[in-house]
Design a protein around this ligand. Structure first.
Ligand code: TA6
Length: 305
């Protein structure tokens, strides 16, 4: 683990960008500008906080989240890569220990650069294939993740195939949003899309109602959609817009009561306070990259009053 002192000597920007030992002693970058405060852990290149000035936190973080090597952080924006959910059976790699949602969120990323912007700051983190990653996924790759914290939060994941054969992968920016009350929330933007309903054997289902509302556990993979989504949160009196590029699927998830109780790193009573709107390329919309090619997935998260 790269220590904060070394990183501050290389990258710190006084009063804007500093590294320290965060929760669990994991290395954390805090970006603090007049526009917003954000936190990014090198563990998983995990954005754990985005607080626009004078606003409640935009990202949800479980009070019970682990902050330790080998464990995913529960909240913020986990990076799911190179697969989504359980790893598909694959004779070439050791699947038994294949972690859900891939290895990217469990590995320590490198810091490439930290940059001051007119109204905020950005950091570029990187992860490349290694003997460790190849025990789980044979591809040669280089990933660059750019986090820009200003009036809005922009996340950009660029994956390059550095090998000599095509590389196929799934990816998701698995964003946990902080809301006031899931039973009062509605999500706009996915009208008429078809979703795989994971609460009903992944049955393809039409989104007939223009608004998504929540009355039970909801786990849906919306297909062939490049639309922005708007989360309407009357309890907090705000809306959160998640726009995207380079993404053809969107996952919507709330665990509700039983699944919340089943997760040891998630409080039994936390389910009303969060909803996931995940910017992704999963299932039949996985990405196949030719040798030398790069694909970029971007999510932009902004609050609307
Ligand atoms: O958000 C969609 C989903 O795939 C759900 O099925 C649920 O498993 C969630 O991700 C959390 O997954 P995790 O591996 O972080 O517990």
């Amino acid at each position: 683990m790269t220590d904060p002192i070394t990183l501050n000597n290389q990258f710190a920007i006084p009063n804007l960008a500093t590294f320290d030992a965060g929760k669990g002693g994991l290395t954390r970058l805090t970006l603090k500008s007049p526009a917003a405060t954000a936190e990014v852990y090198l563990h998983g290149a995990h954005v754990t906080r985005f607080d626009p000035r004078d606003q409640p936190p935009v990202l949800f973080m479980s009070a019970l989240s682990h902050f330790q090597p080998g464990k995913a952080i529960r909240g913020g924006v986990p990076i799911c890569f190179p697969w989504f959910g359980p790893k598909a059976p694959d004779t070439k790699t050791a699947d038994a220990q294949a972690p859900a949602h891939g290895f990217a969120r469990l590995m320590e990323w490198n810091v490439d650069s930290v940059t001051a912007l007119k109204t905020g700051a950005s950091v570029v983190l990187s992860l490349a294939s290694s003997p460790e990653t190849k025990t789980l996924w044979p591809a040669d790759f280089s990933a660059k993740y750019t986090v820009t914290a200003a009036e809005q939060l922009t996340l950009s994941l660029a994956v390059t195939n550095t090998g000599t054969t095509p590389a196929k992968f799934e990816e998701a920016l698995h964003t946990y949003l902080s809301i006031g009350d899931i039973e009062a929330v509605s999500i706009e933007g996915l009208a008429n899309a078809t979703y795989l309903d994971k609460m009903n054997a992944a049955t393809p289902t039409p989104q007939d109602d223009p608004l998504i509302r929540f009355t039970a556990e909801n786990d849906r993979v919306y297909l062939d959609t490049q639309s922005a989504c708007t989360v309407r949160d009357p309890a907090l009196g705000r809306q959160i817009r998640i726009a995207k590029t380079g993404s053809h699927t969107t996952v919507i998830w709330n665990p509700w009561i039983a699944k919340a109780k089943a997760m040891s790193d998630f409080g039994d009573s936390e389910w009303p306070a969060m909803v996931c709107v995940e910017t992704c390329n999963v299932a039949d919309y996985a990405i196949t990259l030719a040798p030398g090619a790069t694909h970029t997935l971007t999510a932009t998260i902004a609050t609307l009053r």
